[in-house]
Design a protein around this ligand. Structure first.
Ligand code: GAP
Length: 457
């Protein structure tokens, strides 16, 4: 190797998937960027924060909405899927029927020395377990701990009024199966989709918004004829895998993991995880499950109501099988931030950038008058007011153009529009692309169409 290739090789070795930042530092950098730029704040921060809940700031809330909208458009704007928004609080017997009261548990062990509590699988030392915190071997037997949050409905705090915060949105769909079927006149196969909050009293939350106690799910339950479930499981896995590609996620960071028998949840006959390689390892983004007739069967049994379907074509009556796709909004958002995050360049060319797909970027375009005179602020203002009706746009006339670009790179804004002297005479502007940093001149009259092709493809 000559010196030049040597230098190139050593540079490649020091660059990570995130540019100048080592994998181990990515999460810290991202958490601080999220706070600084208003993506995500710690909940109740002025009181010292509360365990593993987070608040979405002005940029985070825009991005979260865009992720939900993209999922809804992909999943519900189809002839065979209907939307639903069920209540978080449900009849407590729902959770007996679903198996969550008896089975939604983690085994917990107490350390009698340091008084900390751990999931049994988090103990150190396989054959001779000890406390991962203080090293003591004085541990309690494992006890099952239910992950559902309990509260009381009405003014009396007694056992009869216990209700749960739902740990998954899916059950709201199952108990409405007949309502939606009758109201929509769908025929099997068809699906019901919803987006909403779910709550789990996780023992080991962490990794920022990856595992939290309050989170949001995007779930779709697809009702099929018994025997056709495996075919639909494969089809939905392909559709959902492709969705992450459309979000612009790097293909080599996505993979599918099939559950072994001993990994399967209590309701599943077969299950796949779509996983992403986070800086803290490969982790689940979404589950795609064959839930058979478990859920409708159990709700029939516990409610005494028939939840079967009469197939007009085959003249058969059956309890449909269910194929589920279950993704997390917060986890998808974290993946997009992690996947797009880079610290690039050296010295005065150094920048932090979020390469977010334009469709989910919180600010779609920024508009800069080059200087505050000669008609530039007026034209920039006219463009801002026009395009701002369609997209979340940002007007910035402060500081050098370079600094204005850097501020937008860090927020993930895909396009920056600069109004200069020529813009006023020729009615053309410069559009700068966040990722390539290339600039092209576009006519003011064509600008909306030019952007639309790239933002709403
Ligand atoms: N209805 C099936 C179900 O809830 P799950 O695998 O337990 O399946 C589905 O959860 C998805 O919900 C996960 O892939 C993840 O994206 C999200 N999720 C689950 N628990 C979470 C938590 N504690 N924090 C954030 N997201 C979570």
């Amino acid at each position: 190797m000559n010196d030049e290739t040597n230098a190139a090789a050593s540079e490649a070795a020091t660059l990570s998937d995130w540019g100048n930042v080592a994998a181990g530092d990515v999460m810290d950098r991202l958490v601080s960027l999220c706070k600084r730029r208003g993506f995500v704040f710690q909940s109740s921060e002025i009181y010292g924060g509360v365990g593993s809940t987070w608040d979405y700031g002005p940029l985070g809330v825009e991005m979260k909405r865009a992720i939900r909208d993209f999922w809804w458009e992909s999943m519900v704007r189809r002839d065979d899927i209907e939307g639903l928004d069920a209540a978080i609080l449900m009849h407590p017997r729902v959770w007996e029927a679903s198996g969550h009261v008896a089975g939604f548990t983690d085994p917990l062990v107490d350390c009698r020395n340091c008084k900390h509590r751990f999931r049994a699988d988090a103990l150190a030392g396989a054959d001779d377990p000890y406390c991962p915190r203080c090293g003591s071997r004085d541990l309690s037997e494992a006890r099952q701990f239910n992950l559902m949050f309990k509260t009381f409905m009405g003014p009396v705090e007694e056992d009869a009024s216990v209700v749960y915060l739902r740990p998954e949105t899916a059950q709201g769909i199952y108990v409405n199966f007949l309502n939606v079927l009758n109201a929509s006149r769908q025929k099997i196969p068809f699906g019901i989709a919803q987006i909403g909050k779910a709550f789990r009293n996780e023992i080991t939350p962490g990794n920022f918004i990856f595992r939290t106690r309050e989170f949001e799910q995007m779930e779709m339950q697809y009702f099929v004829k018994p025997g056709e479930d495996r075919e639909w499981l494969g089809k939905w896995l392909d559709i959902r895998r492709a969705w992450y590609g459309e979000l612009g996620i790097r293909a080599d960071k996505l993979r599918v993991h099939e559950h072994d028998r001993d990994e399967l949840a209590h309701y599943a006959a077969a299950a796949f995880d779509i996983q992403y390689e986070f800086p803290f390892g490969w982790q689940e983004l979404e589950g795609v499950h064959d839930r058979t007739d478990f859920d409708l069967g159990r709700h029939e049994e516990h409610s005494g109501k028939k939840l079967s379907y009469f197939d007009e074509e085959s003249k058969e009556r059956y309890v449909p099988f269910i194929v589920e796709t279950s993704a997390g909004v917060d986890r998808t958002l974290l993946m997009c931030l992690v996947d797009g995050f880079r610290e690039e360049g050296e010295g005065k060319d150094a920048r932090t950038v979020l390469r977010l797909a334009p469709r989910i970027a919180p600010i779609k375009l920024a508009i800069f008058p080059l200087v505050r005179r000669d008609g530039m602020p007026e034209l920039a203002g006219e463009i801002y007011r026009g395009l701002g009706r369609r997209w979340n746009a940002f007007f910035d006339d402060g500081g050098s153009i370079g600094r204005r670009y850097r501020r937008q790179d860090e927020a993930g804004t895909p396009f920056c529009v600069t109004v200069d002297g020529e813009s006023v005479t020729e009615r053309t502007v410069t559009v700068r692309d966040r990722d390539s940093m290339e600039q092209v001149r576009v006519g003011v009259d064509r600008l909306e169409d030019w952007l639309a092709e790239r933002i709403d493809p």
